[in-house]
Design a protein around this ligand. Structure first.
Ligand code: 6PG
Length: 237
């Protein structure tokens, strides 16, 4: 099924295998296009439990990975090798096989303060992303922008690409309330946006989100209300 709207292109896949393959093919095509036009390509990735199979499939794509910079949409304030960090997920799934040659930027580094980490992320963000992969939590969060979070309004309005957030009190942040997150300002310039979701609940939640526009209520809305590329959604049961 395909639901096309001016801001969202929703593509539904029958199986998890097709969904993972389609996500990888879409990202590989975008990266290949970027490498044809520029010396380096840039890919921003989300964490969570959903995107791993897409990253695994993408790791086998025959691309000139040594010219690709891989960085994160958001990170939990953990050591980069912590098994619960998004950095760990990207290492374990994408940075294998052919993609092991990519250059990876962690958001956190041992001995670095949050302020230093955010400043470094904002410096790297001067390089425009070719593709941003987003996820959506069951509470409607995306990146590390959680509904009801203190400072959400400021994060949504931030002129910088990355901010530090404290989502204490937001159940969706799990045991990791302190995080660094991409902002709408960081998403806006990306040449492509891909939202990877699975399951009926998330499909219904996205439909509800698409009925409104206020990202303070459902931050996922920033994925299609922020000016720039149209949001492409890949869904499977
Ligand atoms: O660090 C994180 O928590 C993620 O980057 C986050 O934004 C993720 O994309 C959603 O929480 C969806 O996560 P699930 O795929 O686990 O539902």
């Amino acid at each position: 099924m395909e639901i096309a709207g001016p801001r969202v292109h929703f593509l539904s896949y029958q199986s998890a295998e097709q969904w993972a393959w389609a996500g990888a093919v879409t990202l590989a095509a975008e990266l290949r296009r970027a490498l044809e036009q520029r010396p380096r390509a840039r890919l921003l990735l989300s964490g969570g439990s959903t995107p791993g199979p897409v990253y695994q499939a993408l790791s086998r794509a025959p691309l000139e990975w040594s010219r690709i910079d891989v960085a994160l949409v958001d990170e939990r304030w953990l050591r980069p090798d912590d098994p619960d960090s998004n950095s760990h997920l990207v290492h374990a799934t994408l940075l294998q096989d052919k993609a092991a040659a990519a250059r990876f930027e962690t958001l956190t580094r041992t001995g670095r303060s949050v302020e230093e980490a955010v400043a470094a992320a904002n410096l790297h963000a001067n390089q425009v992303p070719d593709a941003v992969v987003l996820g959506m939590g069951g509470d409607g969060h995306t990146a590390s922008l959680f509904p009801g979070m203190i400072g959400l309004e400021q994060a949504l309005a931030s002129p910088t690409a990355y901010v530090a957030v404290d989502a204490t009190g937001c159940p969706g942040s799990g045991p990791w309330p302190r995080r660094i997150s991409l902002t709408p300002a960081g998403l806006e310039p990306s040449r492509m946006r891909l939202l990877l979701i699975r399951g009926e609940d998330k499909r219904r939640l996205l439909e509800r989100a698409m009925d409104g526009t206020d990202p303070l209520e459902l931050p996922i809305r920033l994925a299609f209300t922020t000016p720039g590329a149209r949001l492409r959604v890949h869904w499977c049961p």
